[in-house]
Write a protein that binds this ligand. Structure first.
Ligand code: SF4
Ligand code: SF4
Length: 148
């Protein structure tokens, strides 16, 4: 696992994706270990995540093996440095923390889920909405389409 991922985890905790596809047979094989939504889909946050560590790393779903976020992909291709990649992930985590602060919550990923639900219902207060928008802009640059 990349050192970057070991201090991030946003592609597993619901920050980046709500759901991801499972390969045939994985829903049954991993039903007790990941958060299976239906026969073809897992949802986030993933129950296999402990902090920012995957507890089933050697047996994780195919999608988890294939997915690299844009920052990791750019780093692997040599187009950005380790420091630049680190700075980008830190910025995402800082913006998520700021959102949780604006909501008076301590669980950053949980605050984001709540903020999204409140924003959908037009019930998120302005400071938190501004923080959510700042985070969403950063996440747009992190997100690559999930491989099919
Ligand atoms: S979002 Fe990128 S850096 Fe963060 S854990 Fe996922 S792949 Fe790793
Ligand atoms: S199985 Fe592991 S790598 Fe895949 S989403 Fe869950 S915690 Fe992340």
């Amino acid at each position: 696992m990349s050192a970057l991922c070991l201090s991030c985890g946003v592609c597993c905790d619901g920050t980046l994706f709500a759901t991801a596809p499972l390969a045939p047979g994985e829903a049954a094989r991993l039903a007790e270990r990941v958060s299976v939504l239906d026969a073809d889909t897992m949802e986030f946050p993933c129950r296999a995540l402990d902090g920012v560590r995957c507890t089933i790393y050697d047996d994780r779903p195919r999608i988890c093996r294939e997915f690299n976020c844009l920052v990791l992909a750019e780093l692997a291709a040599g187009r950005i440095t380790e420091e630049e990649a680190r700075a980008f992930i830190d910025e995402v985590l800082t913006r998520r923390r700021a959102l949780a602060d604006a909501m008076g919550l301590t669980d950053d990923a949980g605050a984001l889920r709540e903020a999204r639900a409140l924003a959908k219902a037009n019930a998120l207060e302005p400071a938190a909405l501004a923080a959510l928008e700042r985070l969403t802009r950063a996440l747009m640059f992190l997100k690559l389409p999930l491989p099919g």
